[in-house]
Design a binder for this molecule. Sequence first.
Ligand code: SF4
Ligand code: FE
Length: 487
Amino acid sequence: MMTGAEYIESLRSLKTEVYFMGERVQSVIDHPAMRPHINAASVTYDLAHDPVHAELAQATSHLTGRPINRWTHIPRTQEDLVKKVKMLRVAGGITGTCFQRCVGMDALITLYSTTKEIDDKHGTSYHERFTAFLIETQDHDLMSGGAMTDAKGDRSKSPHAQHDPDLFVRVVERREDGIVVRGAKLHQTGAVNSHQFIVMPGQGLSPDSADYAVACAIPADAPGVILVFGRQVNDSRKWEGKIDQGNRKYGVVGGEAMVIFDDVFVPWERVFMCGETEFAGQLVDRFASYHRQNYGGCKSGNLDVLVGATSALAEMQGIAKAGHVRDKLTEMAHLTETMYSGALSCSYECSTLGCGTAFVNPLLANSAKLNTARYYPEVTHLAQDIAGGFLATMPSEREFENPRVAPFVRKYFSTGPDVTAEERIRVGRLIENMTGATPIVECMHGAGSPQAQKVVLQRLVDWKQRQALAERIVGVGEVGPGQADEE
Ligand code: SF4
Ligand code: FE
């Protein structure tokens, strides 16, 4: 298992083709826009060596019996699923942001069972290939980017019916030695600092979209793979200074990129689905359930940081004892624990898939993610309420170096002999950045938009069973009249 430092160094040898602000990036690990996110991902490596948290972040491979990083582990038990959530909360609290590696983890978990099910139906050999790939990923402790979300074009049309056939990733050529894929996956978390991508379909597919039913693994620096790193709100602060970015070490959210596959060759041993459209919807649902489980873990860890920052700022500003402030802080903690409890509940209520993989309860996992999309912004509003208007009007860190205004900034932003202006502004900047547009959009649309969770909930809720409960009490419907009056 690599340490965080070894992971970062391992990225140096990759020749990943990355573009940002109109230019080719020569070294992602040295680029100020990317380095904080790389630091956040490195925490997933360091935790496996941490004397306190190794018990959560390490696992034993059920394939080799060797110790591995849990971010490459296939959960086999309820305990594995619970540890996954607890590990994410710890990492979320250490980084205060997204550490990115869970997308690839959930892609590994999902494909392990799905490839077996495809083989059982079609007599293919995807599972054997995938298992070999999984062992390599575990043994080399690789970070995988889970590449699922297509460009999608006109959302009312199927992949094969788009005006441009490349708007969903597809197979453009089948050769004796492999396939050639073309298309793009958008919003790819951790893409610039992944060793490899695991491509999967992004939605259910009809039989006439067979070329789009493709799952495969591609090295991040394979010929034809091009990455375009996305902008974030306030991102220029990363190269302007230290304080104003709020979370200088780990950044804000995952550092997402567009991943373009410009006719990329994939050898057959790295192809895990090719044309089996009837498995695409199930694969996406399964992946989504695992990733929605996570959101009650990582985001509650992030909110622990925000609750802590808000509580600290309230003390600095002399309002910590005010009744309404204590009430709001308690509400922030309550919403955080509600998110966490959803992630734990879907883990405890798990089932076992055919190949021995522990599977979260999808109804509870989707509810957990929906709660995160709703509660995370509520918690940020409360943080902004308590912090006050200075969140939006703080002077820049450069003012501390300007001899004409620095004494005034220090004087008027200090709140007492024990609180310097710089300390107060540092905490304020953390709150400002954690409650800004980028993390709010991410907690809403990451792991699928709220409507995607509602569609699953509508499908999974047993409406008839609920109706029967009510009808039995009042004695109507199929239960028959009069039952309510029987005593
Ligand atoms: Fe992991 Fe959370 Fe980031 Fe998803 S949003 S990759 S679950 S830290
Ligand atoms: Fe995410």
